[in-house]
Design a binder for this molecule. Structure first.
Ligand code: AMP
Length: 114
């Protein structure tokens, strides 16, 4: 998907601060952080959103959750805590149509969402 922003980051044609990679997913810093630590984990293959049929892939989720846990451990976030967020569609607040998991940490995060 040449026009997809996150596909272009995966391909390396748009710069990003890569934090960690696996064969199936990459993690990079959000360009407009909503918390002191804000990292996005995206599958390398294009999937529109968590609501897409291709998102029903248990091995992919094992990879993504493993990445999130590894990042949290390596950045020392596990003890104080962190939040994983997936937005889908208009009401969910999804603005980039390539499946991504937000890893948010570094301050007490509000609940419920506004
Ligand atoms: P969402 O609203 O759930 O679709 O999240 C999209 C996220 O992508 C937002 O937090 C944006 O700040 C982030 N974002 C947009 N463009 C870039 C970029 N070029 N590099 C890194 N993060 C980006």
């Amino acid at each position: 998907m040449d026009s997809c922003l996150f596909c272009r980051i995966v391909a390396g044609t748009i710069p990003a601060t890569i934090v960690r990679e696996t064969p199936r997913a990459i993690a990079f810093r959000d360009v407009d952080p909503k918390a002191p630590t804000h990292i996005l984990i995206v599958p390398r293959d294009h999937i529109d959103s968590v609501d897409s049929p291709e998102a029903e892939d248990g091995a992919l989720w094992a990879d993504i959750i493993g990445l999130a846990r590894g990042i949290a451990r390596s950045l020392g976030l596990s003890d104080d805590g962190y939040r994983l967020v997936i937005n889908h569609g208009r009401d969910g607040g999804q603005s980039v149509a390539h499946l991504h998991v937000h890893v948010l940490a570094g301050r007490r995060l509000g609940w419920p969402p506004g």
